[in-house]
Design a protein around this ligand. Structure first.
Ligand code: HEM
Length: 417
């Protein structure tokens, strides 16, 4: 049985009718009780759905679209995600991009509140949004169209790494839309509305779908397991803390202040050969135990790893080339906020019967500055990490995620307004 670990970011603050700022400022448990629609300083909040939830039904829960930051990042992680990357049509200029962002922001504000989009032909599908969030971002191509000199220096493809086997069909994009919820019906509807309203401006480049445990399967706050069977997400900054602010949100006085960056890597996992590795080998590769996710030098998931500890045979208890040692800020000097989702496409019918999986991780990382935070960690892992034996990055994209907007405004207004 999977042990209960109420420390992760995934479902910690799920609660009926709670607002996003409630989660941030009230903390996980306290946020649940925050009154619907309360607007905190500088952050207008949409009214949360007041429907009763006495049966444990989750669908009526809303997450405010408007706010200082976009929703879907410092909000408790939902069970499902759909990433949509789009390329702008050749003729779309700054004015076109502005119109698109106005349209999309309006759609997202309505749908995340559980109300139909304008001219919604399937309005009932918007009901019960189950914590739906829609997050928008700009790739390098969108900044070209915005014809701006105010371009984050890190907004470009990541450097090439020897471990990469990148495929065009999972990489790049002018725009990203991240649709997430605890229920795939409102997600399917929101995805369709976004694509429908966007089709005059942009075409779908790729779509990637990911999942975690379904809402209610595990106690709130349980850290997710990836499909390697590892507890994944423990060392993340906690939502609503100053630590999170420092790691994730861009500062300054330009259009990105209050925004962040998203690095999305599609990482295939070689589960067939991982199957052949015993527990000792698995734990040595990551530096944590399989059962609880505790560091090999500790007993509880949240124990700090002791990288100095030496085992009975004179070797470090946590291997020099284990994933957590190589990724730890003690060695890289950098931190990121990870929000991974599993993907599983299944084997190709008719192909080699010995391969029964096509699976991996949609590895999403948010940080204020890609070059200063993500790249040093990725470089360290690309040079040496036992997990590289079983992982292959096959997709990669970098996006600027603008700050949130107030009611009546649109995402990206600081850049395009
Ligand atoms: C399929 C690929 C990957 C898998 C399965 C994986 C899995 C894990 C696991 C199980 C942990 C330990 C628990 C935790 O703190 O979350 C971890 C930690 C971590 N991973 Fe990964 N990871 C992958 C790729 C990456 C990549 C691409 C990066 C960044 C470039 C990264 C950065 C980190 C960091 C920063 C930590 C925390 C280290 C610490 O401070 O203890 N991981 N990862």
């Amino acid at each position: 049985m999977t042990p209960t670990r109420p420390v992760g970011d995934n479902a910690a603050a799920r609660g009926r009718g709670a607002t996003r700022r409630g989660f941030l400022f009230g903390g996980a448990a306290a946020g649940v009780g925050v009154a619907a629609g309360v607007a905190l300083a500088g952050t207008p909040a949409l009214a949360a759905d007041p429907k009763p939830d006495s049966t444990g039904v989750n669908g009526s829960r809303t997450v405010a679209f408007h706010g200082t930051h976009q929703a879907g990042i410092e909000t408790p992680v939902a069970s499902y995600v759909t990433y949509l990357a789009l390329d702008l049509h050749r003729e779309v200029d700054a004015d076109g991009l502005r119109r698109l962002m106005k349209l999309w922001s309006d759609d997202a504000a309505r749908l995340t509140a559980g109300t139909p989009a304008l001219a919604d032909t399937e309005p009932h599908l918007a009901e019960d949004p189950a914590g739906l969030t829609v997050t928008f971002g700009f790739g390098p191509g969108a900044l070209d169209r915005a014809a701006t000199s105010k371009r984050p220096s890190w907004l470009r493809p990541l450097p090439a790494y020897d471990i990469d086997k990148l495929e065009e069909r999972w990489s790049g994009g002018d725009l990203i839309v991240v649709v997430s919820a605890d229920d795939q019906v409102p997600m399917a509807h929101a995805t369709r509305m976004i694509l429908k309203d966007g089709r005059g401006f942009a075409s779908l480049r790729w779509r990637q779908d990911g999942f975690r445990r379904a809402y209610g399967s595990q106690p709130g706050g349980t850290t997710m397991r990836n499909l390697f069977d590892q507890v994944d997400g423990t060392a993340n900054p906690r939502l609503g803390t100053p630590d999170f602010d420092t790691v994730v949100w861009a500062t300054g006085d330009d259009w990105m202040a209050g925004g962040t960056s998203l690095v999305l890597r599609r990482i295939e996992i070689a589960i067939e050969t991982w199957d052949e590795v015993d527990t000792v080998g698995r734990e040595n590769a990551i530096g944590r135990t399989v059962t609880t996710g505790a560091p090999l030098t500790g007993t509880a998931e949240t124990d700090e790893p002791d990288f100095e500890a030496i085992g009975p045979h004179g070797f470090p208890v946590i291997s020099d080339v284990s994933h957590v040692r190589r990724a730890h800020h003690h060695f890289t000097g950098a931190r990121i906020f990870r929000r991974g989702y599993n993907y599983d496409l299944g084997p190709t019918p008719g192909a080699d019967d010995s391969v029964v999986s096509n699976t991996g991780l949609l590895f999403a990382s948010y940080q204020a500055d890609v070059d200063a935070q993500y790249v040093p960690i990725q470089e360290a892992l690309a040079k040496a990490d036992l997990m590289n034996v079983w992982t292959t990055p096959i997709g990669s994209a970098v996006f600027a995620i603008p700050p949130g907007c107030a009611e009546g405004e649109y995402v990206g207004q600081g850049l395009l307004g």
